[in-house]
Write a protein that binds this ligand. Structure first.
Ligand SMILES: Cc1cc2nc3c(=O)[nH]c(=O)nc-3n(C[C@H](O)[C@H](O)[C@H](O)COP(=O)(O)O)c2cc1C
Length: 368
């Protein structure tokens, strides 16, 4: 077994960052940070994943400095002295265990439910004030407000670097703020931030450029994106490889190092006529590092799991290893399997498959 797994445990260089293997912990919101401050339990949780052999940890989404960025009082924020001190402790613990870690920088846009927040009277931010196609909940952001948000992402990138994080991931997926700009269904602007594919990508492009300028050429910057949206699982940003290329090219130009291509099942072909998945296409079209994700080691996608409705069995990973070996993608993100079992990489590597814990949605209730 361990020979076949060799490719998964081979080192990889992202920008100038050396990763011990190809296993990435996928960002997973846990809501165990009261008032947005990550505590010792959060640091210990990430340290256990580093000790278990995860090559790169991407933290749960953590929100930039904007009053309406977050969607829960227990979601960690990425601004303010106390929260950043908490994150400093997380970085130190992960590094002490030999791991690498990026924060996932997030703004939830109109996916936020104001009623769940202390500042419920402040309207949510989005390109056109829409929460779902046709469902208006607030006013469109002004250009000045957009510029403030771009600066806020860049400030978070600079803070990440200052605290010793090894890079950042910008959350541009799943129908949250950045994706609300990407997606025609929620972006009806007629200015430079809406309309064409290029214009809908401008918010992300400006965030990447500003983050790059704030951190220099060697700091790894990953952009996570998805075709699917929480508002519509069937939505697509790009219906063809040509459109996907149009979407990706300006992001590459802006200075992104890698794309984290969020799919719910990694084995699904992205476009008819080819077996390549979204990460495969992204790598082929851009030449950039591509991270795949979606039910690795599991046999069901994660939407039911978030709703605490289902557990998930395991799926053989031979096909994944073959594709990694062929270079379809470079890194493999693991969500629920790592949430369940911090020792997943080590157990796999040592052939202790019978000891791998199967994902059980009940695990979401604690920070083990
Ligand atoms: C509890 C939970 C929380 C999640 N939170 C985030 C998040 O904060 N940011 C994000 O980009 N994706 C989030 N996701 C999606 C995961 O990063 C990942 O893409 C998904 O779980 C599929 O991977 P898996 O099948 O290996 O679990 C979350 C998933 C789960 C199960």
């Amino acid at each position: 077994m361990s020979n076949d797994l060799g490719v998964l445990f081979s080192p990889y260089t992202l920008n100038k960052l050396q990763l011990a293997n190809r296993i990435v912990m996928a960002p997973m919101t846990r809501e165990f940070s009261p008032d947005g401050i990550p505590g010792d339990d959060v640091a210990a949780y990430y340290r256990r994943r580093a000790e278990g052999g995860t090559g790169l940890i991407i933290t749960e989404g953590t929100t930039i400095n904007d009053p309406v960025a977050s969607m829960g009082e227990n979601i960690p924020v990425f601004h303010g002295e106390q929260a950043l001190a908490g994150w400093q402790h997380v970085v130190n613990e992960v590094h002490a265990a030999g791991g690498k870690i990026f924060p996932q920088l997030w703004h939830t846009g109109t996916a936020r439910n104001p009623a769940k927040m202390k500042n419920s009277d402040v309207p949510s931010a989005s390109p056109s004030g829409l929460q779902a196609p046709g469902k208006k909940v607030s006013e469109p952001l002004t250009v000045k407000e957009i510029e403030h948000l771009i600066a806020s992402f860049a400030a978070a990138a600079a803070d990440a670097q200052r605290l010793g994080f090894d890079g950042i991931e910008i959350h541009g997926a799943h129908g949250y703020l950045i994706d609300q700009f990407f997606w025609e269904g929620l972006n009806q602007r007629t200015d430079a931030f809406g309309g064409s594919m290029e214009n809908r990508g401008r918010f992300a492009v400006e965030i990447i450029k500003a983050s790059r300028a704030a951190t220099g050429p060697d700091f790894p910057i990953v952009l996570r994106y998805s075709q699917w949206k929480q508002q519509d699982f069937e939505a697509r940003l790009a219906e063809t490889p040509e459109l996907l290329e149009q979407f990706l090219a300006p992001l590459v130009e802006a200075g992104v190092d890698a794309f984290h291509c969020s799919t719910r099942r990694y084995w699904e072909p992205e476009f008819a006529g080819s077996d390549l998945n979204l990460a495969g296409w992204t790598k082929k079209l851009t030449g950039k590092t591509a991270i795949t994700v979606g039910s690795v080691g599991l046999d069901a996608d994660f939407i039911g799991a978030i709703a605490m409705q289902e557990s998930s069995g395991t799926r053989a990973i031979d096909d994944l290893l073959e594709r990694l070996d062929k270079g379809e993608f470079d890194l493999v993100a693991i969500g629920r399997a790592l949430l369940q079992d911090a020792q997943w990489p080590r157990k796999l590597r040592e052939g202790r498959l019978d000891e791998v814990e199967s994902f059980d949605a009940k695990s979401l209730a604690s920070l083990a």
